[in-house]
Design a binder for this molecule. Structure first.
Ligand code: 3PY
Ligand code: MG
Length: 251
């Protein structure tokens, strides 16, 4: 852990939006390249955090620790499931927090908090781990627990999920949300209205707001959330390839 959780839990003014890059295939060396690219930009343009995606893409749980070793930025891990053992493993590896897909009830959210915290708050076991070795913030400081709202059922339960003690905020998945609502696009009015309603519920409760954008329009519209997943490593590569090989502009 890098202190991201403590920073985000501190009083809001002046903190601004933390903009992240979603990792679906990059390896440790690539994270060093990203850091180096950012440091060569006069304005230090680059991500504020990485989101390792274990649900989709090409990364495996065994990739998490090497990526954490190489990263100079905070790292959140999006899990593939609600499995408490998997959740504890990525926190033991030293991640700053977890983003958990398709949470649809307060009971499920309570299960995540239970898995993330040791007794007396939860049932997370303690043992030799990288987090302990590298002096990551103590278990008592607590990792970020961010349930995803990305289904119709999750939308209906957003308020009760956000009310769960130990839930830091919400991370919205617009693509699954659009699918679940039967909408053709993440920018459909019904999807945008649903996103706005969930963000408002989080803000009313003083909880963190997060969202994966994955396209320029959503990234622009929601540049005021606490944690914005701007886009993925795949998109970054596509954009770079297109720019490098586009060829000269016609006269
Ligand atoms: C979604 O939009 O469904 C996501 O899970 C974003 O990664
Ligand atoms: Mg999703």
């Amino acid at each position: 852990m890098t202190g991201l959780a403590a920073r985000l839990r501190a009083p809001r003014p002046g903190r601004g939006c933390q903009r992240g890059l979603w990792l679906t295939f990059l390896g440790p060396y690539a994270l060093e390249v990203v850091a180096s690219a950012a440091s060569h930009e006069p304005a230090q343009v680059g991500p504020d955090w990485f989101g390792i995606d274990l649900q989709h893409g090409d990364l495996e749980p065994a990739d998490v620790a090497p990526l954490l070793r190489a990263s100079r930025l905070p790292v959140l891990v999006r899990l593939a499931s609600h499995d408490p053992a998997d959740l504890a493993r990525v926190l033991d590896a030293g991640a700053d927090g977890v983003i958990v897909p398709a949470v649809e009830s307060a009971a499920q959210a309570r299960g995540l908090v239970d898995a993330a915290y040791p007794p007396p708050r939860g049932h997370r076991s303690t043992g030799g781990s990288r987090a302990g070795l590298v002096g990551a913030a103590s278990l008592a400081d607590g990792p970020l627990v961010l349930p995803m709202v990305e289904t119709r059922a999750g939308l209906g339960a957003a308020a009760e999920i956000l009310d769960v003690d130990g839930v830091d905020g919400v991370f919205i998945g617009p693509y699954d949300l659009a699918l679940s609502l039967g909408e053709p696009s993440v920018t459909s009015p019904a999807v945008v209205a649903a996103i706005d309603a969930v963000l408002a519920a989080a803000r009313e409760r003083g909880r963190l707001t997060g969202l994966f954008a994955g396209n320029a329009e959503l990234a622009r519209r929601y540049d005021d959330v606490d944690l914005l997943g701007v886009d993925s490593d795949v998109s970054a590569l596509r954009v770079g390839i297109a720019q490098l090989f586009r060829g000269p502009e016609p006269d």
